[in-house]
Write a protein that binds this ligand. Sequence first.
Ligand SMILES: [Zn+2]
Length: 325
Amino acid sequence: MMDLHIEEETYMKYYIGIDLGGTNIVAGVVNESYEILAKASVKTNLPRPEEEIAADMAKVSQEAAEKAGLTMADIEWIGVGTPGVANSATGVIEYSNNLGFNNTPMVKYLETALGKPTFIENDANAAAYGEYVAGAAKGAKNAVCITLGTGVGAGIVIDGKIYSGSNFGGAEVGHTVISVDGPQCTCGRKGCFEVYSSATGLVRMTKEALAANPESAMKDEERISARTAFNYMRAGDATAKQVVDDYIKYLAAGITNTINIFQPDILCIGGGVCNEGDPLLVPMKEIVKKEVYTRNSAKNTEIVIAKLGNDAGIIGAAFLGNAHD
Ligand SMILES: [Zn+2]
């Protein structure tokens, strides 16, 4: 038995996943059991030339490997999750409004600096893949993961592979329209899923409801946040309850649309608002169950809460070498 154990350790494989964000660059060493062994990070410090950012990504990768007691020789490959359109076939970040990148040859930079095969993917896709391999969507054949944050991000995994469309800009579930005459979205359209179901959307709807109902107890709140409406609903405020009901109605519509298109085994949702738990989830699932096209089928999509939080992006990025054909 002892010998077997040593053999397992000898053959343990290690990967590095990098979460390239607008604020921080985080690299993590992940083993083949999906455990993050060490992390290193540096501020992204935008705006900066792409070469400098790539050099910092290589530096934090080496730091993370050292912290894990490894060298680059022990690492199988590097994966990067980045905002924007990442062409996983050419290794070029074609466009990232957030980072100020245009046709940035990220794979070339990192392969030159670290001498390891490198893969890139959009950050929402990488996070979805993390949940798929090691989190809430583990064991699914097909999964969609939606994150309710500043925007509504999504990643789609079909038969174990990330699906990002023929031009790598797919999976933008957040920019599907729920109401054609709805509020303006940052993407240029009106009434997108994101306009209603992001944390930003919830704050907007809370402010609008308060402006229309100045008697609401929410007037005492110094700063309206995505938690305000839920907190005041629990305290019995009718305006707050209306905001939460509306939020749930829109969220259920976006999720039902997504299920109607993809029929995944698992649809996972993440982001701070999911911490509201049952008061959000129970009525939302109730609406989806009533409205989804396959409501009479024996088996339906399971809606679950994301498990890995910010680590999803690192773990997903670390396994990008398996995420494409
Ligand atoms: Zn939009």
